[in-house]
Design a protein around this ligand. Structure first.
Ligand SMILES: C[S@@+](CC[C@H](N)C(=O)[O-])C[C@H]1O[C@@H](n2cnc3c(N)ncnc32)[C@H](O)[C@@H]1O
Length: 288
């Protein structure tokens, strides 16, 4: 029986039939690579119920029909299923590796003033690309000798908007030393801080889907890609597609940093692990 939208309550989750659940999960997978299924039934029902309420759809079937024909609607669905957990200076050893090993290696084939392109994919609310910018300003003595471009991308359009605005709460900032908080952030209400304008402008944010090559083409190639804590949400097939796209987005000899539970070893042969003193990262293996 269809339940009219006005009868939905805030905490109420619309039960989904197995078929409807399967169809919604298949759509999320096709559009993002993220794997959901029966095991997350309650989580899925809560989110879908919220969306049904917001759309004022008459029923789950009604909502699925809207979803099938409407790309904006499926973008909202994906936005509500993403896990955006992130914070400044996460896995700091990789930033140390960037300035101590990766960049010194990359500049062997570059001259002063040349571009170095770094991609944070996925960037969530911006903590990762902004951390890279702060780290390089603080820790890489050659930062002014090269034209460093930092790009942040994510599939989630709402979280990208938050990244651009640059407001952060205590949890997000908890790993940053006090002197950096004072230097790069302005105090705001409710214990929030806002990143200073110069740094907000130093990162370009743009929507991108790691399993959709077409959504990435306009971004050009990168020397270093931070792809951390994304592959964990994918199955083997989606990881392989992501690895292929990462490979295509890398300049020859470029580097990839993954999250600490992630690895390229089973999904792609086009990267070799490189053990630097601070971290193990992956290098693209085409001949330079
Ligand atoms: C846990 S966050 C990781 C953020 C950051 N890299 C870090 O490690 O702190 C995962 C992010 O992946 C994004 N995401 C999920 N599927 C994606 C896809 N197919 N393409 C790009 N981003 C995706 C989500 O929107 C979310 O912001």
């Amino acid at each position: 029986m269809a339940v009219p939208p006005f009868a939905f309550q805030d905490h109420w989750a619309q039960p989904l039939s197995s078929g409807d659940l399967e169809e919604i999960c298949a759509l999320i997978y096709k559009r993002s690579g993220m794997v959901f299924g029966e095991a997350k039934r309650y989580y899925i029902e809560r989110r879908v119920s919220d969306l049904i309420r917001q759309r004022r759809a008459q029923s789950v079937r009604d909502y699925i029909l809207i979803l099938r024909g409407d790309l904006v609607e499926s973008e909202l669905l994906i936005n509500s299923f993403t896990v955006n957990e992130t914070y400044f200076y996460r896995e700091l050893h990789q930033l140390e590796c960037l300035s101590n090993s990766i960049l010194p290696d990359l500049i062997r084939s570059k001259g002063p003033g040349d571009r170095i392109r770094i991609w944070s994919m996925p960037c969530s609310s911006g903590e990762e690309p902004y951390s890279i910018a702060i780290w390089l300003l603080e820790s890489w003595p050659l930062v002014d000798s090269y034209n460093i471009e930092i790009v942040g991308s994510d599939i989630d359009t709402e979280i990208l908007q938050r990244a651009v605005e640059g407001y952060f709460g205590r949890r997000s900032l908890s790993r940053l030393p006090r002197n950096l908080l004072d230097r790069y952030f302005e105090p705001e209400q409710d214990q929030q801080r806002r990143l200073i304008g110069d740094l907000r402008e130093s990162v370009t944010f743009t929507k991108g889907n790691i399993v959709d090559r077409h959504s990435l083409t306009a971004l050009g190639g990168f020397d270093v890609i931070f792809c951390r804590n994304l592959l964990i949400y994918f199955d083997e097939d989606a990881r392989e597609v992501a690895a292929r796209n990462i490979h295509e987005m890398l300049h020859p000899g470029g580097y990839v940093c993954l999250g600490h539970t992630e690895s390229m070893s089973r999904i792609s042969e086009t990267f070799e692990p490189v053990r630097f003193p601070d971290a193990i990262v992956y290098r693209e293996t085409r001949e330079l």
